[in-house]
Design a protein around this ligand. Structure first.
Ligand code: LLP
Length: 438
């Protein structure tokens, strides 16, 4: 058979499969369980009418996750600052600020946005290795809870600016504790080789500076050793042990450590987003409570980002084309690395489901696909060799666990539009698909 006939036959075969499937689908009541357990058939049908790609937010799951974290934090006497960098969606921030959490920010704009979304200034902390003069000035003027300073020079600059503007700045110092968080090297932050925090060799100088700078008010120590930590009890117990030693050293040297901020980092289950929709806050908080040495007057803070927002959002995309390469089948989607850069940047895994096929009563086979995006980069790959039901042009695809570090890291590369947010309780307000064949 020449390659043209092969191609034609393959096309005809696919056409009949799809047709057969379509006919059966129309005849059967669509009451099968979906693969995506969080979505019922009505919702999938509504999603199918919305222009893709978009980020779909399951607001019930979001609220349940935040409420669970809040209950457990109060049980274990922990104060929570939400790490705004994970997701800056206004509706989420307003809910999180409403529940009483503070905000952990890493840029001047995050500070202003958090404040605008209801976080009171006295509940906003501001970390980051490189704060510009403008960013420091704005945060100082706002009267934030604390600057989490990451270098000796930064402390001098804040002290000087506070002096000139006749203010006093609250300062917490971020320490690099040299702990391996056993996570991806790009999201490990607590090793000496990382740029974050102040390391042990500068402790004596640091203590001296903190005692001499008159326009800062030292309030505590800050740590954050990495993200997507899955060996929760082991890694956080180790962090607490090291933090206890460092806090004791500062107090022995005359600095009262009022706040102990342990940062964020709790991992989520990217393999099984339905099975573990709510992350292990209980294990994380219990490990801290059991291992941190605290006096009654000391407050212990945590800064979850990913764990509060990752599982509630799904990037919904559509199959544009199915292409058979020389050795593999490609599913070409309308969402790409510009919408979610994690797979291209870290080789991150996100579960992918074909929502349309999961509704079909009959699909003839499963196939391995390289699922790719439309961006002109070879790294724009969602997943290689993923086994999916036979998928066709127009199928609706779910890229799961994308609420954290998804939309916030999106870009307009290739001049693509930014994927908008669509909320489960406002599906009818979303922009609908346009049929360009009509
Ligand atoms: N506190 C500080 C100072 C941080 O730098 C971070 C995250 C957090 C808290 C929150 O950590 P989480 O609970 O979200 O693990 N873009 C990467 C993740 C970068 C995390 C940066 N820092 C990703 O997509 O995996």
């Amino acid at each position: 058979m020449d390659s043209h006939s092969k191609l034609r036959n393959y096309g005809i075969f696919r056409y009949f499969c799809n047709r057969f499937s379509y006919i059966l689908e129309k005849r059967t009541t669509l009451n099968r369980n979906t693969v995506y357990k969080m979505l019922d058939i009505n919702t999938i049908e509504k999603l199918d009418r919305i222009a893709t790609p978009f980020y779909y937010y399951d607001m019930d799951l979001f609220r349940k996750t935040v409420n669970t974290a809040a209950e457990l934090a109060s049980k274990y006497r922990l104060k929570v600052h939400y790490a705004v960098k994970a997701n800056v969606e206004r509706r989420l921030l307003e809910y999180i600020s409403g529940i009483g959490f503070g905000a952990d920010c890493v840029s001047g704009n995050e500070v202003l946005h958090a404040h605008d979304c209801g976080f009171p200034a006295e509940k906003i902390v501001y970390a980051g290795v490189g704060k510009s003069d403008k960013e420091i000035y704005n945060a100082l003027k706002l009267g934030i809870e604390a600057f989490n300073c990451e270098s000796l020079q930064e402390i001098f600059v804040i002290n000087e600016m506070a002096h000139i503007h006749k203010m006093k700045a609250n300062v917490s110092v971020r320490i690099n504790p040299d702990i391996d968080a056993h996570t991806h090297k790009y999201v490990t932050t607590g090793l000496y080789e990382n740029k974050f925090g102040i390391s042990q060799h500068e402790f004596d100088k640091l203590i001296d500076i903190l005692q001499k700078c008159e326009h800062i008010n030292f309030i505590g120590l800050h740590f954050h050793i990495g993200s997507q930590i899955t060996r929760v009890d082991e890694v956080f117990a180790l962090e607490c042990k090291r933090v206890n030693e460092i806090v004791a050293y500062f107090e022995r040297n005359g600095l009262k450590v009022q706040n102990i901020n342990l940062g964020g980092g709790l991992g989520v289950d990217y393999d099984d987003p339905d099975g573990s929709a709510i992350p292990e806050f209980e294990t994380w908080f219990r490990t801290i409570a059991e291992n941190i040495e605290r006096r009654e007057d000391q407050t212990v803070h945590v800064e979850p980002g990913r764990s509060l927002v990752a599982q509630c959002a799904t990037l919904i995309s559509r199959v544009l084309f199915v292409k058979s390469g020389e050795t593999k089948n490609f599913l070409i989607m309308d969402a790409g690395m510009n919408d979610l850069i994690r797979p291209a940047l870290y080789g991150a895994y996100h579960k992918i489901e074909n929502l349309s096929a999961s509704q079909r009563t009959f699909y003839p086979t499963h196939q391995a696909y390289d699922i790719v995006g439309p961006v002109c980069e070879s790294s724009d790959v969602w997943g290689a060799g993923r086994l999916l039901p036979l998928s066709v042009r127009g199928d609706l695809m779910a890229i799961r666990s994308t609420g954290a570090y998804g939309q916030v890291m999106a870009s307009r590369y290739n001049m693509k539009d930014l994927a908008p947010s669509v909320f489960s309780d406002a599906l009818d307000e979303a922009p609908q698909v346009v049929d360009y064949f009509e």
